[in-house]
Design a protein around this ligand. Structure first.
Ligand code: HEM
Length: 364
């Protein structure tokens, strides 16, 4: 009798364990989805077989010394002036006139921070400054920064750095475009170096492994890279960067691209026509200028535009993150704010370093 009970107990235990294993596998599948392996998405040698999933959000990073929320409080001649609020109000007005300042500023922020840190080095005019480097030729928003600097100078002269203006404006447009608001840290100083030859940004044609290395060099993990690339939820790309994916016989032809998308894009970017046309990076036409997770949903459906964007969904090093972000809008919104704070704090100058420029496009 006792023996029989023991056997029954054992069998029940095994069934329970098996059902839990199957449930968690099922949950895992729901969350991660299938691994999509396309031509360019073949797992590189030595990479994990199961795509990694997002880790719990890290605690808010401690700001580098010299950066803090509300740095300018009490620093203007009239101590009651809230210069950051004045800049933000102007950004809101400008956004209502032209919502494409959202992608313009996001891209400018990234290109500035990745070269010599977030020091407004991208703004300097000159025959061989960063601004003249290939990847920066299509960066927009320079005039807007000048306008915002004028707003700052009007009530708080010689005090607000151009690098802080980029950071405040980027935070503001992100919120206006549907992202979560966050408290922007300020206290950056403007850099004294701006050379085209120093501009070394990741290429849109790079592999996922190469992009991971480029971001690792700036202390961003692969998952942070994926979240940052989610900024391609807004804005546009010119044909040069994706045309070759459309045409059979060209080196980058992507046979896995959604066929409808390919046919829609061919007239936009005729082969070898040197067209200056462009299309939205987020091919969900309802949200091409909205900060949401639909970019991830699109790349899961093989409707990415840039080669690197599509590769994120196909490469096992990043596909797990992409799948999770595609099904979880809140996760993208919250993680993006943390990673943006980290990007905006990258290699900043503070204290007595650098200078506060009088004119953002010129060293003093
Ligand atoms: C591997 C990294 C990245 C590569 C290779 C890349 C490449 C590109 C390319 C080629 C374009 C199209 C530019 C044009 O045709 O004018 C573009 C646009 C854009 N990128 Fe990225 N990008 C990367 C990361 C990022 C990050 C981290 C952000 C934001 C934090 C960002 C924000 C944007 C935005 C918003 C646009 C649209 C700009 C506009 O509409 O004017 N990108 N990117």
């Amino acid at each position: 009798m006792r023996h029989n009970m023991l056997v029954v107990g054992l069998i029940l235990g095994v069934i329970l364990v098996l059902s839990q294993v199957s449930e968690s596998t099922h949950r895992l599948n729901l969350q991660i989805g299938p691994i999509i392996v396309g031509g360019k998405g073949k797992p590189p040698k030595g990479s994990p077989t199961t795509p990694p999933t997002l880790t719990p959000p890290p605690p808010s990073p401690t700001p580098p010394p010299g950066l803090k929320v509300g740095f300018y409080k009490g620093r203007c001649p009239n101590i009651n002036v809230d210069v950051e609020a004045n800049i933000a109000t102007k950004v809101q007005q400008e956004f209502r006139k032209d919502p494409t300042i959202l992608p313009a500023l996001l891209r400018m922020q990234f290109h500035d921070c990745f070269i010599h840190g977030c020091d407004a080095s991208i703004l300097i005019k000159g025959s061989s400054s960063e601004r003249t480097a290939g990847p920066n030729l299509s960066v927009r928003g320079y005039e807007l920064i000048d306008t915002l600097k004028n707003v700052a100078e009007a009530t708080c002269p010689d005090t607000v750095s151009c690098s802080d203006i980029i950071a405040i404006a980027t935070k503001e447009v992100l919120k206006m475009g549907g992202g979560l608001g966050y408290a922007v840290e300020t206290g950056r100083r403007d850099g004294l170096v701006s050379k085209a030859q120093d501009v070394d940004l990741p290429s849109p044609f790079a592999s996922v492994s190469e992009s991971i290395s480029a971001f690792a060099a700036k202390n961003f993990s692969p998952e942070e890279m994926v979240i940052l690339l989610g900024c391609h939820t807004v804005g546009i790309s010119h044909c040069d960067f994706f045309e070759d994916r459309l045409y059979q016989g060209s080196s980058q032809f992507d046979e896995n691209m959604d066929k409808d998308l390919r046919e829609e894009l061919k007239p936009v970017c005729p082969q070898n026509a040197g067209s200056d046309n462009f299309t939205f990076l987020d091919q969900n036409s309802e949200s091409s200028n909205i900060v949401d997770n639909s970019f991830f949903q699109q790349i899961v459906k093989q409707r990415g535009i840039l080669p690197i964007d599509q590769a994120l969904a196909n490469d096992p090093q990043t596909s797990g993150f992409v799948q999770q972000l595609a099904v979880n809008p809140n996760m993208f919104a919250t993680r993006l704010t943390t990673v943006m704070v980290k990007l905006q704090a990258l290699d900043v100058l503070t204290g007595n370093q650098g200078q506060i420029r009088k004119v953002c496009s010129k060293f003093n």
